[in-house]
Design a protein around this ligand. Structure first.
Ligand code: CDP
Ligand code: CDP
Length: 229
C-alpha cells in the first residue's frame, strides 16, 4: 500500500536501530528491512571466497553472485538471512565480518547492487528500513526520517552487555569502543553515500531513553504523518 509510505531510520552502530525498527515496523504493519544485514551478507560471502577486498572489480563480481533473502517476521528476533539458500543469520555477526563490513560497504559498485535491491523492496511503500543512507540516498522521499543516536560510550556499553549475555567475554569494553568509533568514522568518511543525518530527519538521542520509549516515540511520529497506519 503506497499510502503507508516509508519509515527511514539511520544511525551509528549500537544506537538501537535494529531493536527499535523491527518493533516499530510490527506495530505499524510495515515490512522491516535491515540493510546492514545485506552489507554484512555480502562481506561474509567475500571473506568466504577469499576475495581481495582491495580489488573492487573482484569484490563487485563476487557480490553480484549473491542472492540475499531476508525474513523479518518475528519482531523479537534479528532478521533471518539467507545467501543463495544458505542460512547465514549467525555468521554475519562474527567479529571478522564486523571488522571488514565498512570496507566492503565503501565500494560504489557494491552499494549500487544493494541499493537497487533495497529500492525494489520499498517500491510499493509500507517499509521500515534501517541503515546509514536510507534517508539521504536509498529513500530520500521517505515520509518519516529518524536519525537515531547515542553517545559512543553508551553504544559500546550496550554491545558489551549483549556479548556478556551471549557468554562471549573475551572482548573488552575498550576494544568495543575503539571498534565502534573506527566503523563510524569509516562510514562517515566514504565518498559514496556517506553516513550522515538527512536535512529533514528528526534526531532522537537514546542515551537516557528505554527501548519502549524510543519505539513509542517513533510509532507516534509515524502515525502523525500516516494516521491510517
Ligand atoms: O548493527 P550495526 O550497527 O553494528 O551495523 P549494521 O547496521 O549491521 O551495519 C553494518 C555496516 O554496514 C555499517 O557499519 C556500514 O559500513 C554498512 N552499512 C552501510 O554502509 N549502509 C547501510 N545502509 C547499512 C549498513
Ligand atoms: O542496530 P543498532 O546497531 O543500531 O543497535 P541494536 O543492535 O538494535 O541495539 C544495541 C543494543 O542496545 C541492544 O542490546 C538493545 O537492547 C540496546 N538498547 C538499549 O539498551 N536502549 C535503547 N534505547 C535501545 C537499544
Amino acid at each position: 500500500d503506497r499510502r503507508l509510505g516509508i519509515l527511514a531510520i539511520d544511525g551509528p552502530a549500537g544506537a538501537g536501530k535494529s531493536t527499535v525498527t523491527r518493533q516499530a515496523a510490527h506495530a505499524l504493519g510495515l515490512q522491516y528491512l535491515d540493510t546492514g544485514a545485506m552489507y554484512r551478507a555480502a562481506t561474509w560471502w567475500c571473506l568466504q571466497h577469499h576475495i581481495d577486498l582491495t580489488d573492487e572489480v573482484a569484490v563487485v563480481e563476487a557480490v553480484a553472485q549473491c542472492r540475499i533473502r531476508l525474513d523479518s517476521r518475528d519482531p523479537n528476533q534479528p532478521s533471518q538471512v539467507w545467501l543463495n539458500d544458505q542460512d547465514i543469520t549467525a555468521a554475519i555477526r562474527s567479529l571478522e565480518v564486523t571488522q571488514r563490513v565498512s570496507q566492503v560497504a565503501a565500494l560504489p559498485g557494491v552499494r549500487r547492487l544493494m541499493v537497487q535491491q533495497q529500492r525494489q523492496m520499498g517500491a510499493q511503500g509500507g517499509v521500515a528500513a534501517e541503515g546509514r543512507d536510507i534517508g539521504t540516498h536509498v529513500f530520500p522521499e521517505a515520509g518519516v526520517k529518524i536519525f537515531l543516536t547515542a553517545s559512543s560510550q553508551e553504544r559500546a556499553k550496550r554491545r558489551w552487555q549483549e556479548l556478556q549475555e551471549q557468554g562471549q567475554q573475551e572482548i573488552t569494553y575498550e576494544d568495543l569502543l575503539q571498534q565502534i568509533i573506527e566503523r563510524d568514522t569509516a562510514d562517515q568518511q566514504r565518498a559514496c553515500a556517506p553516513f550522515r543525518k538527512a536535512a529533514d530527519a528528526i534526531e532522537v538521542c537514546t542515551d537516557n531513553l528505554s527501548i519502549a520509549d524510543v519505539i513509542d516515540k517513533i510509532v507516534h511520529l509515524y502515525r502523525s504523518r500516516y494516521p491510517q497506519a
